[in-house]
Ligand binder design. Sequence first.
Ligand code: GTP
Ligand code: MG
Length: 180
Amino acid sequence: MSSRRRTLLKVIVLGDSGVGKTSLMNQYVHKKFSQQYKATIGADFVTKEIQIEDRLVTLQIWDTAGQERFQSLGVAFYRGADCCILVYDVNVRKSFDTLDNWHEEFLNQASPTDPKTFPFILLGNKVDIDGGNSRVVSAKKAMEWCASKGNFPYFETSAKEDYNVDAAFLHIAKLALAND
Ligand code: GTP
Ligand code: MG
């Protein structure tokens, strides 16, 4: 009876140290949030199964280190990536300014067949902080950046309050499937 198709999608999460990459992943996969900061060293993945229409999709989500001294990921790491999640912190200008570098880094390392249509998504995280009063990058600015790079979808998220986390991961999974 089972005519379900299984698909494995490799998702890579990139962005500056402290923007909340690990927290977003933990919230999405384990429904947990910790206030404590523990820098990611190198890279590690977790998996999550989701159903998208007739497909059983296994997301293999690779969390990476934002701190430069822990970055030692070679081309092999990026090989076969199906999509890339870029994350910045809406309260930290620098984490937005470095998005160009992360985007470039991904394209250089993963060298996708068609960089123009490769599925990227941008997440503006930590929108919960100070009720939004300490944010320094507006949604408009972020969306302009997305438009300039090729119409990446943009989601504002909070790993702490589990805001938009599921929606963002589901969106990128669908994009990656469509690009398959
Ligand atoms: P590296 O591993 O160094 O690259 O950092 P990271 O991007 O994985 O950041 P991490 O998830 O470790 O989060 C850094 C700090 O921000 C931690 O103290 C988290 O608790 C906190 N944090 C993450 N997401 C949120 C959020 O949405 N809201 C708030 N208020 N704090 C958050
Ligand atoms: Mg981390």
